[in-house]
Design a protein around this ligand. Structure first.
Ligand code: PLP
Length: 403
């Protein structure tokens, strides 16, 4: 009898669900560090700050008060009401507590949304560069990603006319992420209005608006597309606590949408997990309604780091970078460097360039291939100023000597 091979049972879904380069680069950076190499890692998208004290204290108090049991699948009523108030006051979004589904992270909220409305044959417009999980989830749902790309010369924002031209009778969703991971781009009110009029021109088209970086914005206005006229019913707004409140490990996010959609998202979530952790939900109320000085302090630190990164990258010949009005990512276009050589080493793709920067110069970044933009690389500057300084010096030395 032939030997049983568990791997032979895998279906393509489990093989295609690969966040690939980000995990691979972070892992390789750890391995090299373990071997004693001095590596600066600019790979992961997570705040290097601890969660603010008042939020930690609220979680501890809630835990001690016995909030350690299962919670309602769509979230505790107190948090859903607090979120309804927050969305109204900060985003101009009018959603009742019954139209909000709290999830175990924004990622789960996005999965709930996509699995609720996308099925085989449905097309989803993806605006590259995009966060890699969107594409994985669309494929999970059996949908077809339709990728439109905007580079640095368009401020990484696909113009509405190109989106309009890509919409077919099968298109159901446009995924919008403003402020954007990986580019830091922020859509202006006018740009969102143009997108909204495209969406409103089609009977079956909606927007999934991922607003998780809303508090890490350095200039310009944060506009929620769901607040524009006629967009309330056509928008699923996703947000979470991971980035702005430095709560990545707490796993809390949410989606707001018209009630039938909110309920559908709850059903999907109920099938695969359950309600989010109770004491975390209570801490989230403290995050929303308590002082925001720590959130502001972190934002200012990111802004100072953004300035350092911009200055560092602009000093490297062949690297193109626009403004970074938000987030803690830089997404420089390195296409002018691809095809050049470092000694005998041909840097033909962003992947080889990133591997070489890590292995030879101790700077870990992520190739843009992971974000649908193979001519760029992503740097996360959610790390110390000293690390940024070191990384910029190393990158300049490495990249200015290519032949
Ligand atoms: N959306 C974007 C654009 C992100 O970059 C991330 C995390 O990297 C998430 C959603 C996921 O957030 P959460 O930690 O709440 O699942």
């Amino acid at each position: 009898m032939t030997q049983f091979d568990p791997a032979a049972l895998l279906v393509t879904r489990s093989q295609s669900a690969d966040e690939g380069p980000i995990i691979r680069m972070a892992q390789r950076a750890r391995e090299l560090r373990a071997k004693g190499m001095d590596v600066v890692s600019l790979t992961v998208g997570e705040p290097d700050f601890d969660t603010p004290e008042n939020i930690q204290a609220a979680a501890t108090a809630a835990m001690k008060a016995g909030f350690t049991h299962y919670s309602p699948v769509m979230g505790i009523p107190e948090l859903r009401s607090a979120l309804s108030r927050k969305l109204k006051a900060e985003n101009g979004l009018d959603f009742g507590a019954n139209e909000i589904c709290v999830a175990n992270g924004a990622k789960q909220a996005i999965a709930n949304a996509i699995l609720s409305i996308i099925g085989p044959g449905d097309e989803v417009v993806m605006l590259a560069p995009f966060w890699v999980s969107y594409e994985i989830l669309v494929r999970f749902a059996g949908g077809t990603p339709v990728v439109l790309h905007a580079g640095v010369e368009e401020d990484y924002k696909v113009p509405a006319a190109r989106i309009a031209a890509a919409v077919t009778p099968s298109t159901k969703l446009v995924i919008l992420n403003s402020p954007s991971n990986p580019t830091g781009a922020v859509w202006s009110r006018e740009e969102l209005e143009a997108l909204a009029s495209v969406v409103k021109g089609h009977p079956h088209l909606m927007v999934l608006s991922d607003e998780i970086y809303e508090y890490i914005i350095f200039g310009g206005e944060m506009v929620s597309i769901g607040s524009l006229p006629g967009m309330r019913e056509r928008t699923i707004t996703v947000n979470g606590f991971s980035k702005g409140f430095a709560m990545t490990g707490w796993r809390l996010g949410y989606a707001a949408a018209a009630e039938p959609l909110a309920r559908a998202m709850g059903r999907i979530q109920s099938a695969v997990s359950a309600g989010a952790n109770q004491f975390v939900q209570r801490a989230a109320i403290a995050a929303l309604e308590g002082p925001r000085d720590e959130v502001e302090r972190m934002r200012l630190r990111y802004q100072a780091r953004r300035d350092m990164v911009l200055e560092g990258l602009r000093a490297i010949p062949g690297v193109r970078i626009g403004e970074i009005p938000a987030t803690f990512y830089a997404f420089p276009d390195v296409s002018a460097l691809l095809g050049r050589k470092a000694g005998n080493h041909l840097l033909d793709t962003a992947d080889t360039l990133c591997d070489w920067l890590l292995e030879e110069h101790g700077v870990a970044t992520v190739p843009g291939t992971a974000f649908g933009a193979p001519g760029s690389i992503r740097l996360s500057f959610a790390c110390s100023e000293a690390e940024i300084e070191k990384a910029m010096t190393r990158m300049r030395k490495a990249l200015e000597n290519l032949t």
